[in-house]
Design a protein around this ligand. Structure first.
Ligand SMILES: [Mg+2]
Length: 156
C-alpha cells in the first residue's frame, strides 16, 4: 500500500495498480528491462493487474517478466471492462496507467490516473482524464515508488 496526503488533491491509499499493456508498459510490443525491474519493485507495495485486448498476442509472454495478474479482454468493450475492474477493486484504492482512448474511463475512475505518452503517443481523451501525464512509463513507475514526486505534481 502507498499512502500519501496531497494538499488540495486528496489522500491516496493505493493498494492496486491497473495498467494497460500496449503503448503503456510496452512500445511496439517490447517491454524494456528497466520497466520490468521497476514493475517488480512496485509489486512489492501494491498488486498489479494488466488489462489488455492483447493486440499482438504476446501479453502472456511479456507478463512473465514481472509479477502481475493478466486479464485479456474479449468483449470489444475494452473501455468499460477496464473501468469495471477498477470499480471492482475499489476506485479509491486503485491507480490506473494507460495511453489509449479505451483507457479514458479507468484513468478517470481511479484514485490516481497516470497517462503515458511513450513512443506510441497518448490519446487526447486519456490525457484529459488523467491526473498526471508522463513522457515515459519508467517515470510513472518511479513516481509510484517515490510518492513525493506525485505530491509535488498534484498539490495546490
Ligand atoms: Mg494502449
Amino acid at each position: 500500500m502507498v499512502n500519501i496526503n496531497i494538499p488540495g488533491f486528496k489522500e491516496l491509499n493505493i493498494k492496486y495498480l491497473v495498467s494497460d499493456l500496449n503503448g503503456t508498459l510496452t512500445s511496439k510490443g517490447v517491454l524494456k528491462d528497466t520497466t520490468a525491474e521497476l514493475l517488480n519493485k512496485v509489486a512489492e507495495n501494491m498488486k498489479i493487474f494488466i488489462v489488455t485486448a492483447d493486440t499482438y498476442g504476446k501479453a502472456g509472454d511479456v507478463c512473465q517478466n514481472f509479477k502481475a495478474e493478466l486479464a485479456i479482454l474479449k468483449t470489444g468493450k475494452e473501455k468499460e471492462e477496464k473501468a469495471s475492474l477498477v470499480r471492482k477493486l475499489g476506485c479509491h484504492n486503485t491507480a490506473a496507467l494507460g495511453n489509449g482512448a479505451n483507457d479514458e474511463l479507468m484513468l478517470e475512475k481511479g484514485a490516481l490516473g497516470i497517462a503515458v505518452m511513450g513512443e506510441e503517443g497518448c490519446s487526447s481523451r486519456a490525457l484529459l482524464k488523467a491526473d498526471i501525464v508522463v513522457k515515459d512509463i519508467d517515470d510513472a513507475l518511479k513516481m509510484l515508488l517515490d510518492p513525493d514526486i506525485i505530491k509535488a505534481a498534484l498539490r495546490t
